[in-house]
Design a binder for this molecule. Structure first.
Ligand code: ATP
Length: 252
């Protein structure tokens, strides 16, 4: 059974069909890239998966459970986390506090404390700090945990939001354009982090325009065009697909 399955999603904004029978699956522990030209429907699809847009029809299952239209704040508890194109960093808060925000959905349900068998508010706070520090350490930012996030360079803010997605120990992270705006060295580093997520057993759904990154890290690539899937397969296969070259890769 696939970890994430999207079936026959239709979404219309007024007269515009953003998704038109879009379907795909993503496997546990794998990196699946979702690519396609501007306006193909990638963001709308991710917003359907994460409860921010309710599809007109179709459904989304995660780990076998129907999550279609489920409120966004309930998803981290089920093991599904995401980042956003616009980073949503809280500039006046510390890096540590920004990452602890990622535990909000867990703490509200008391899951973290029961998971760690640490009853009591103080101990829960300690467990949250430790989890946030570990996530910051994963992204190489632990030594700046107490600095204000707003002072971080953009590339470091992109790693910070990855730490925030990781902190609740998700089974899958949806990364919305993780290398947009990064220089080549930062892009390479982010590619390494994405591979490190997979090595930890975290599945990644990668929405990205940087084709060299997509081809380097992905296990499977899904191509959307005009709201529907036009191809899927291993990166090398998709790269050679004439329909994909025509619609998106422009002969590359
Ligand atoms: P990009 O790569 O540029 O981010 P995308 O593949 O993510 O594009 P979407 O942003 O999902 O594509 O857009 C799909 C279509 O739906 C586009 O035609 C877009 O103009 C339209 N659309 C998306 N969101 C809305 C909205 N809130 N209201 C009206 N139209 C929308």
């Amino acid at each position: 059974m696939s970890l994430l399955a999207v079936r026959d999603l239709f979404v219309a904004f007024g007269g515009i069909r953003a998704l038109d029978a879009a379907s795909f699956t993503a496997e546990a522990g794998a990196i699946t890239a979702l690519i396609g030209p501007n306006g193909a429907g990638k963001t709308t699809l991710v917003n359907c998966v994460t409860g921010m847009v309710r599809p007109g029809s179709g459904n989304v299952t995660f780990d076998g459970r129907d999550i279609t239209g489920m409120a966004a704040h309930r998803l981290p508890r089920l093991g599904l986390a995401r980042t956003f194109q616009h980073l949503r960093v809280f500039g006046s808060m510390s890096l540590l506090e920004n990452v602890m925000v990622g535990l909000h959905g867990h703490v509200r349900t008391g899951m973290l404390s029961s998971m760690l068998r640490l009853p009591g508010v103080r101990r829960t706070e300690r467990a949250m700090r430790d989890a946030a520090l570990q996530a910051l350490d994963f992204t190489g930012l632990a030594d700046r945990a107490d600095e204000a996030a707003g002072l971080l360079p953009y590339g470091d803010q992109k790693r910070l939001v990855l730490a925030r997605a990781l902190v609740g120990d998700p089974r899958m992270i949806l990364l919305d354009e993780p290398v947009a705006g990064l220089n080549p060295a930062e892009t390479h580093e982010m590619g390494g982090l994405i591979l490190a997520l997979r090595a930890r057993g975290v599945a990644v759904l990668l929405i990205e325009h940087d084709m060299s990154l997509v081809m380097r890290v992905s296990d499977a690539v899904v191509v959307l065009c005009s709201g529907a899937k036009i191809a899927e397969g291993a990166p090398g296969e998709v790269k050679r697909n004439p329909e994909v070259v025509n619609a998106y890769l422009g002969g590359g």
